[in-house]
Design a protein around this ligand. Structure first.
Ligand SMILES: Nc1ncnc2c1ncn2[C@@H]1O[C@H](COP(=O)(O)OP(=O)(O)OP(=O)(O)O)[C@@H](O)[C@H]1O
Ligand SMILES: O=P(O)(O)OC[C@H]1O[C@H](OP(=O)(O)OP(=O)(O)O)[C@H](O)[C@@H]1O
Length: 332
């Protein structure tokens, strides 16, 4: 089937085609009941139960497709959106410098993407890293040096800011035309090897566990961006109601993943103490028990806090404590 000719009337939703965000993104789609079958090697999949087509793209390209309004929704890293936006600013600056016409200012579809919600996975930091045994201790020590990175626009903005600070330049007009002294070297992967191989004095790269950086003999000296996966939408989506429906479903999946349902019985005399431990999202649900003087409580608790919460409940005198996974949820 020629899928490209079946996109008419469908909301286009970009999903990372590989890498760290792929599996978690697919889990979100499944939780939101977005049903599809992706044919081998095809980057487009039609959703069976909704007028949506999924477009599988590199995470780094998704902000471009969504920002230009070619695709309505996307899942990617906040770092990728920031890098794309920094690239757009650089292009606009270059055009201003050469007095060239800037198409993004032309009337028509509004450009750029908007963050709909944080998806709560893919958390890491874009950091400035240097040899652990070297003499660099802060970002400005790298001014004028060679920097290896895949995030060239963010790295340029970071060092441009440091250079302006160092030189005491505050006039925006003087800043605009200034040439960067620091040399930004674009690398597409294995950036951590650049220092050891003499290509760079420092790097700007993502750090999650810190294992890669440690193994490469590097240490972080500054953070450029804290990132996690986000849902983004175009500023002019083709079907805003469907965008809102999908966002609401995904919000429900995320909330369900973040919380568990905690149920327990507690003497009525201890109810206030117990609900102080489990106040719930809005309020705890309290129901009478057949047994005189006891009540049953159920409340949503953040998954990462559940162990200490259970410890506290036992201390308060709660009994029969149960913790249940939440499959899905919908709330405002
Ligand atoms: N440890 C990590 N390293 C890199 N990216 C991470 C990490 N953890 C989460 N991410 C997120 O995943 C996004 C995509 O990174 P990933 O390297 O998996 O993409 P990719 O499409 O396979 O790119 P590449 O081919 O350049 O490696 C990052 O921009 C970031 O938001
Ligand atoms: O802090 P950590 O948990 O060790 O993760 C960070 C590493 O993971 C990423 O590389 P990736 O494995 O995606 O390969 P790449 O270097 O080819 O981009 C990133 O660029 C770091 O090198």
């Amino acid at each position: 089937m020629d899928l490209v000719n079946h996109l008419e009337g469908r909301l286009l939703f970009a999903v990372p085609k590989k890498g760290r965000l792929l599996q978690a993104a697919l889990n979100i789609l499944e939780g939101a009941d977005i049903q599809f079958r992706r044919e081998n090697r095809l980057d487009i999949a039609l959703v069976k139960n909704l007028p949506i087509a999924l477009i599988f793209l590199p995470a780094a390209d998704i902000p471009t497709f969504v920002g230009e309004g070619r695709v309505d929704l996307g899942i990617t890293g906040y770092d990728q959106v920031q890098e794309h936006d920094a690239g757009t600013r650089a292009l606009a600056r270059a055009r201003r410098m050469s007095n060239e016409w800037d198409p993004s200012r032309a009337a028509g579809k509004p450009q750029g993407c908007e963050t709909v919600l944080d998806l709560g996975f893919g958390s890491c930091r874009l950091q400035v890293q240097v040899p652990a045994k070297g003499s660099y201790v802060e970002g400005k020590d790298l001014i004028g040096k060679n920097i290896g990175t895949s995030f060239v626009h963010l790295a340029r903005e970071y060092f441009a800011r440091l250079e302006l600070e160092k030189e005491g330049i505050t006039d925006p007009a003087a800043a605009e035309g200034r040439k960067l002294r620091t040399k930004i070297i674009e690398l597409s992967g294995s950036v951590e090897a650049a220092c050891a191989l003499g290509v760079a004095d420092g790097i700007v790269d993502l750090v999650e566990s810190g294992e890669t950086m440690k193994a490469a003999g590097l240490k972080a000296i500054d953070t450029v961006v804290e990132t996690s996966a986000i849902l983004i939408k175009s500023k002019a989506p083709s079907n805003p109601e469907l965008v809102e429906l999908i966002a609401s479903r995904i919000r429900g999946v995320i909330t369900a993943q973040r919380f568990v349902l905690c149920q327990y019985n507690v003497p009525r005399a201890k109810l206030a103490e117990a609900t102080a431990v489990t106040p719930g999202k809005r309020a705890a649900t309290v129901t009478a028990l057949d047994e005189e003087g006891w009540v049953a409580v159920s409340a949503m608790v953040e998954t990462k806090r559940i162990a200490p919460v259970m410890d506290e409940l036992v201390k308060v005198g709660a009994e029969d404590i149960l913790v249940l996974d939440i499959h899905n949820t919908r709330s405002s």
